[in-house]
Design a protein around this ligand. Structure first.
Ligand SMILES: Cc1cc2nc3c(=O)[nH]c(=O)nc-3n(C[C@H](O)[C@H](O)[C@H](O)COP(=O)(O)OP(=O)(O)OC[C@H]3O[C@@H](n4cnc5c(N)ncnc54)[C@H](O)[C@@H]3O)c2cc1C
Length: 460
């Protein structure tokens, strides 16, 4: 993109256009995953919908590959593209809560933290993920699961409407009344259909929660994993509870005597009174040994949503693999224990996030996200601040995944995929919904302008 072209784009936008050679270029192109080093021609930091329309038209007319960015958290860095145009919405962060209808209009550059902050003031919340810096756009379009999902479903199960700029630069609303096929596809089909500029979400009454981590020496992991597996279906849906095989970070506030030791963790969030939360957890905890620490307490919902933020600042090395898991036979637990014992760094982890309860009650064909019969969404993440450990954490995550994958379902949560798993994985993930997604793609983006994503090709 020569200077003339950049200045043409600049003249059309209220927001900044940052190109190669500009002082802010490296900061503007940096992604959450420090392992990814893409060099776009320019980053268009859109200020409003008009900017997004201009940027889409500009990218199409100049045959530039287009990437869309919300929070920039995507694992393989699909929020950027080499030698192309990044349409960056991170300056569009308004949230308007309507307490009457219990809905929130959320601009697509918001992080989870932005949304939680705005809705919490009204004692309301949308189910979303577990780190506050994650972008609402990528998270929602991929599905979105978190502590509230057992009770209130995925983020997409609460998506009522989206404003979107299509490949031809036109602006449409996707709702049950207008373009319902597009709304269906946006609910899990990712950034394949256009640039979403805002979302309308259903809110739920969640203000204070009883939440926090409980950690045991990993030598008890077999017993904890079995009890968690067996008891999850009976635990009330107000209890969001994921299991992790991890390491105690060697820093405060973690107890120094446990620094660097392997743990099995239950991270809990009960959306309700502390007394009820204690009762909900008691049948599980009374089967288990004394933990090393139990830090559960009553706190505002945004506090648990940002509890892990300090451990995972922007710029670390990440390689991850996921799967949907339906059952967890004893042999699978043994495979997990063997692999977790080889964890290559303090931050590397395996998490099993429950996606039962309300998630299961949505019919498979009601949204593009079709793995409604899984019990967990699993992620194995190799994480380390040191770029020199990139190879080691990648190899560990891949071999861990190889060892447990035989016990898992065919597809995986697209938001936990890198970009080296092949089209077959995407097709397995969407299953029977794939042909319909390809047909919607053909209708709204026949030339596949938006292909920097887990791509769904337009139907032939
Ligand atoms: C530390 C961490 C914790 C996480 N925890 C969870 C969790 O608890 N639950 C969960 O469900 N997921 C979780 N995720 C995964 C997360 O959902 C994905 O990484 C997601 O892609 C992040 O969205 P983003 O907007 O930040 O990403 P970006 O990198 O900005 O965008 C990712 C992709 O989303 C699409 N996209 C972005 N903006 C738009 C737009 N405006 N219009 C159309 N398409 C768009 C594009 O295809 C883009 O390539 C986590 C990720 C990280 C790194």
């Amino acid at each position: 993109m020569n200077d003339g072209l950049v200045s043409t784009l600049r003249s059309q936008l209220r927001g900044a256009v940052i190109a190669r050679g500009d002082a802010e270029y490296d900061e503007a192109r940096a992604l959450y995953n420090g392992m990814i080093d893409k060099k776009p021609l320019a980053v268009a930091r859109c200020a409003d919908v008009a900017d997004v329309i201009a940027a889409v038209n500009y990218g199409r007319e100049n045959a530039l590959p287009i990437a869309m960015r919300g929070g920039g958290h995507n694992g393989p860095g699909l929020g950027s593209v080499d030698d192309g145009l990044v349409i960056d919405l991170s300056r569009m962060r308004g949230v308007r809560v309507d307490p009457e209808s219990r809905t929130a209009r959320v601009e697509a550059g918001c992080t989870q933290g932005d949304m939680d902050h705005a809705t919490h003031a009204f004692g309301l919340a949308v189910p979303a993920g577990i780190i506050s810096t994650t972008g609402i756009a990528g998270l929602t379009l991929g599905g979105g699961h978190g502590y509230l999902s057992r009770k209130y479903g995925l983020t997409i199960d609460n998506l009522l409407e989206a404003d979107i700029v299509l490949a031809d630069g036109s602006f449409v609303v996707a709702s049950r009344e207008q373009n319902p096929d597009l709304l269906w596809a946006l609910r899990g089909g990712g950034g394949n259909f256009g640039v979403v500029t805002s979302f309308l979400f259903q809110l739920h009454p969640v203000k204070m929660v009883f939440a926090g981590p409980i950690a045991w020496d990993q030598q008890h992991a077999r017993q904890i994993m079995r009890s968690y597996r067996d008891m999850l279906p009976q635990l009330p849906e107000e209890l969001g509870i994921f299991l992790g095989l991890k390491t105690v970070p060697s820093s405060p506030p973690f107890p120094e005597q446990h620094w660097g030791k392997r743990i099995c963790l239950l991270m809990c969030c009960y959306a309700g009174e502390e007394s009820e939360g204690r009762k909900a957890l008691a049948p599980l905890l009374e089967k288990l040994p004394e933990p090393w620490f139990n830090w559960m307490g009553t706190m505002p919902y945004p506090a648990v949503q940002s509890m892990f933020d300090p451990l995972f600042p922007k710029g670390m090395q990440w390689y991850w693999r996921g799967d949907f898991v339906k059952t967890l036979p004893d042999e699978a637990i043994e495979a997990h224990l063997e692999q977790a014992a080889k964890t290559p760094s303090e931050l590397s982890l395996m998490h099993l996030y429950p996606i039962d309860g309300a998630v299961r009650r949505v019919p498979r064909d009601e949204t593009a996200w079709s793995c409604r019969d899984a019990t967990w969404s699993m992620v194995i993440a190799g994480i380390d601040p040191n770029p020199q450990k990139a190879g080691q954490i990648t190899r560990w995550a891949k071999s861990y995944w190889d060892a447990v994958h035989p016990y898992d379902l065919g597809g995986a949560y697209p938001n936990f995929m890198m970009d080296d798993e092949g089209e077959g994985r995407i097709k397995a993930t969407f299953g029977d919904n794939y042909p319909r997604l390809a047909a919607v793609k053909k209708h709204y983006d026949p030339a596949n302008l938006f292909h920097v994503n887990h791509n769904i090709r337009p139907a032939a």
